[in-house]
Design a protein around this ligand. Structure first.
Ligand code: NDP
Length: 329
């Protein structure tokens, strides 16, 4: 790979199709964003991660999503981001929207998990060091902590913004009632909630069923859907067997027992609908998520440039007919 990176001159040529306003904020996000949960850790080949990231940025994908414990090992995806910035992206820092999170287990002892002020503050400082950044564009509480006073978590987020360590605040996996409280609390302190990150895809519609997506839409909060391909299930990867190089074969976050005969039948059914639209299953699945009212961006993962290339096509997918939506169910 060419050691000197020059971003594609035409990376913003399709701007009108690619970006969408995030809720009622001033921020535009790409309709497809790139997540660093898998494939960017210390165990992954750096040049592959680098090629994926370059391809994304060259095609207008400006938003990269991280968390303190993405890897493995924990912290190493942020180290990769730091290396990528140093090698390729430092001149483009102001064209990037980089997020990180804290909320899940990160280090041993009572201060390396959940939602205390102590944890969030220390974790973000560590994240910034690993990435070599002065600030992240977006910092998330990665999950709601039922045992820490909600005001403590939220005030820590407000103070992080006031300290200039994050420009915006997001919440991930918070239940609706806590989200409502947070929205009010943050608004009253002039740090409006930018975005909610939740799991929404063809096989899991919880944010719609629980009213989270509607709440975000009605209150000017963006929504970004993580694992929109159900970690790869909603692609052609598992229509036959379990490929040796797949996430499922690694038996980590995607276990093989998930692939029941019922699920396989459903994947084949959806694949047929995709084919009738002239699309791959992954393209249709991503287009479906993006078509849900209130969704700002679809946060994908990719283990190759080829996958990313296929997935970016979904930005240009044709709209769903009401008949198709009915068949999809
Ligand atoms: P996806 O559902 O998009 O799954 C990505 C995986 O699917 C890839 O790594 C690859 O797996 C496979 N894949 C992708 N495209 C194709 C294709 N075209 N053809 C065949 N296979 C394909 O997303 P992730 O689960 O990776 O999550 C995306 C991001 O969401 C994360 O990186 C993270 O930023 C965020 N996230 C946030 C969470 C939270 O709690 N807030 C939780 C989980 C994720 P393979 O290795 O098999 O090739």
């Amino acid at each position: 790979m060419n050691p000197i990176y020059q971003a594609a001159q035409d990376r913003y040529a399709a701007s009108e199709s690619i970006y969408e306003r995030c809720g009622q904020s001033g921020v535009l996000l790409p309709k497809i964003s790139l997540g660093f949960w898998h494939n960017f850790g210390g165990i992954d080949p750096y040049e592959r991660s680098r090629a994926i990231t370059r391809y994304a940025f060259d095609h207008g994908i400006t938003h990269f999503d991280l968390a303190n414990n993405y890897g493995p090992p924990y912290g190493s995806a942020e180290q990769t981001m730091g290396r990528l910035l140093k090698d390729d992206f430092a001149p483009y820092r102001d064209e990037l929207f980089i997020s990180s999170k804290a909320g899940f287990d990160m280090w041993d002892g009572p201060y390396g998990n959940w939602g205390s002020r102590k944890y969030l503050m220390a974790s973000l400082d560590q994240s910034l060091k690993r990435m070599g950044l002065d600030y992240v564009d977006l910092f998330y509480s990665h999950r709601f902590d039922p045992l820490t006073p909600i005001e403590e978590t939220l005030q820590a987020l407000v103070d992080i913004v006031r300290a200039g360590k994050a420009l915006y605040i997001g919440l991930s996996r918070w239940p609706l009632e806590a989200l409502k409280f947070a929205d009010k609390y943050l608004r009253e302190r002039d740090v409006p909630l930018l975005i909610y990150q939740g799991r929404l895809h063809l096989l899991d519609r919880a944010p719609q069923e629980e009213g989270i997506l509607d709440y975000c839409k009605e209150n000017g909060i963006g929504f970004i859907s993580f694992s929109p391909l159900a970690q790869g299930l909603l692609t052609d990867r598992y229509l036959k067997d379990i490929p040796a190089d797949s996430r499922m074969a690694r038996e980590g976050s995607l276990k093989s027992e998930r692939l029941t005969s019922e699920l396989k039948a459903e994947l084949h059914r959806l694949n047929e609908i995709a084919q009738s639209r002239g699309e791959t299953l992954s393209e249709m699945s991503l287009a479906w998520v993006k078509a849900q009212a209130g969704v700002t961006s679809v946060l994908i993962g990719a283990s190759s440039v080829k996958q990313l290339e296929t997935n970016l096509k979904s930005i240009y997918a044709k709209p769903f007919s009401s008949e198709e939506l009915q068949t999809i169910g």
